[in-house]
Ligand binder design. Structure first.
Ligand code: LLP
Length: 441
């Protein structure tokens, strides 16, 4: 069987079913669109579990402790927390919203790593009270707030110091995070002052460093380079503070979106990191630290897709044919924000050949509201079910109510089961937070 259906390379656990429709996780996608409505995010539990397991297996080759913390910003809801907890991973959160989602689903606080830039007092207070495993700090303001909280509550707080290592990754400018002019992380030159401040606070326990290179990175070099720089730093500071034994190098492993993307496998990524860590620690003459990575996209992206219902078309002779769908930049901002590309197919006509190249346009009032700039499809008819592939990461989690569109539902599939894990907002709910002041009534 061809690995492509129309413009879409089949995702793991996706097949053309006996009825000629596309199936995912043992469920007919046309039937899912009918049953749950569109736009619909579909997330495959088996694929998530398989990717978590691949990370765990690969990390088990490192005998000094190698944790995998799922970066919840890529996709989070309570059901997702249950899967991640069940797979034995840790969780990276960046706001009280993500932290609350995790804790309310029963995720163990000690397995949570709390990141953030300029968190509110309330957010840090709850994190300390709940005994979150690691709090990552990247500015003096937050260290001071945490010092006060630790002493008020007479509770130890375990910290990682986030560093902008200066390593450059070849990815979209908006998702490069370790470059020196990044808003994230301390500069290396800040460290003497950081340690002076932390050492003066008995209850602040600095466990090590954190440095996240960037996102959607498909080559090993930026990761190993970041690791090398960070290990050098660790070696330097261990001379004074031997208790620094952890290095968290963030996430960032990329995912296949279109045929332009040369995939780097989870196994190659993890073993590359282990190899680089062994080499650098030997050269530096230090003990192997405890390692952590924080993958988001590489766990969830290929586990997800989005279903849309096709409406009309607009043909501009000699230029382009637009196929309109019932979704938009409100359910997937990535093409508009980063110029991202996706692949697509018609789920209800999987056995028919693709005969034309079209652009799939969203319904919002913006020219940049495109879902797919170019894909091959059969000639569409209104009512067809369009699948946009590999949309598990940073779609639902970045969704908005732009144009007062209600947010779409998320359904979890696997082994033939399909269950809602986030229900759709109703049209009436778009006004749920609106208030009309007395003088306007
Ligand atoms: N750890 C930290 C500290 C991060 O900032 C991020 C992502 C990750 C882990 C996870 O990175 P991943 O493995 O998913 O690449 N909205 C953008 C991506 C922003 C990523 C922000 N930080 C997009 O749609 O491409």
């Amino acid at each position: 069987m061809s690995t492509y259906v129309h413009g879409l390379k089949l995702q793991p656990d996706m097949i053309i079913g006996p009825d000629g429709d596309l199936w995912f996780g043992g469920c007919n996608l046309v039937a899912l669109a009918e049953r749950f409505g569109t736009p619909l995010y579909v997330i495959n539990e088996e694929v998530i579990r398989r990717n978590c397991e691949r990370y765990r297996q690969a990390a088990s080759q490192y005998p000094h402790g190698f944790s995998i913390a799922y970066a919840s910003k890529a996709f989070l809801c309570q059901a997702m927390c249950r899967i991640i907890a069940d797979m034995g991973l840790e969780l990276d959160v960046v706001s009280l919203g993500e932290l609350y989602t995790a804790l309310s689903s029963g995720f163990p606080a000690e397995r949570i790593i709390f990141h953030g830039v300029n968190r509110k007092q309330e957010e840090l207070e709850i994190a300390v009270e709940q005994g979150v495993g690691r709090i990552v700090v990247d500015n003096f303001f937050e260290i001071e707030k945490l010092a006060r909280l630790a002493s008020e509550k007479q509770q130890e707080v375990n910290l990682l110091i986030r560093i902008a290592s200066g390593v450059h990754a070849d990815t979209h400018e908006y998702v490069q995070t370790s470059i020196t002019n990044s808003k994230f992380g301390f500069n290396i030159a800040d460290l003497p002052q950081v340690f002076d401040l932390c050492q003066s606070q008995r209850l602040l326990k600095v466990k090590g460093f954190h440095s996240h290179t960037g996102s959607q990175i498909l080559s090993l070099h930026p990761f190993t380079e970041n690791l090398r720089v960070m290990l050098q730093l660790l070696a330097q500071w261990q001379e004074k503070y031997p208790e620094l034994r952890e290095l968290n190098i963030g996430g960032g492993l990329g995912s296949y979106y279109t045929f332009d993307d040369q995939e780097l496998s989870i196994e190659a990524y993890v073993s590359g990191i282990i190899g680089a860590a062994e080499k650098a620690t030997q050269e530096l003459g230090i003990a192997m630290p405890r390692l952590t990575v924080e993958p988001g996209r590489s766990i969830i992206n290929e586990a997800g897709l989005t279903l849309y219902r096709v409406g009309g078309t607009k043909v501009i002779p000699g230029v382009r044919k637009y196929v309109f769908v019932d979704g938009s930049m409100a359910d997937n901002i990535r093409p508009a924000l980063y110029g991202s590309h996706y692949e697509a197919a018609l789920a209800n006509r999987a056995l028919e050949p693709a005969t034309e190249t079209v652009a799939v346009a969203g319904r919002c009032c913006e020219s940049g509201d495109m879902i797919v700039w170019e894909t091959n499809l059969p000639v569409t008819t209104s009512g067809d079910v369009l699948v946009v592939g590999r949309t598990g990461a940073y779609t639902y989690s970045m969704a908005s109510n732009y144009n007062r569109l209600p947010r779409s539902a998320v359904v979890l599939v696997g082994a033939g089961r399909a269950e809602l894990i986030v229900r759709a907002e109703a049209w009436e709910e778009v006004t749920r937070f609106d208030l009309i002041p007395e003088h306007l009534r």
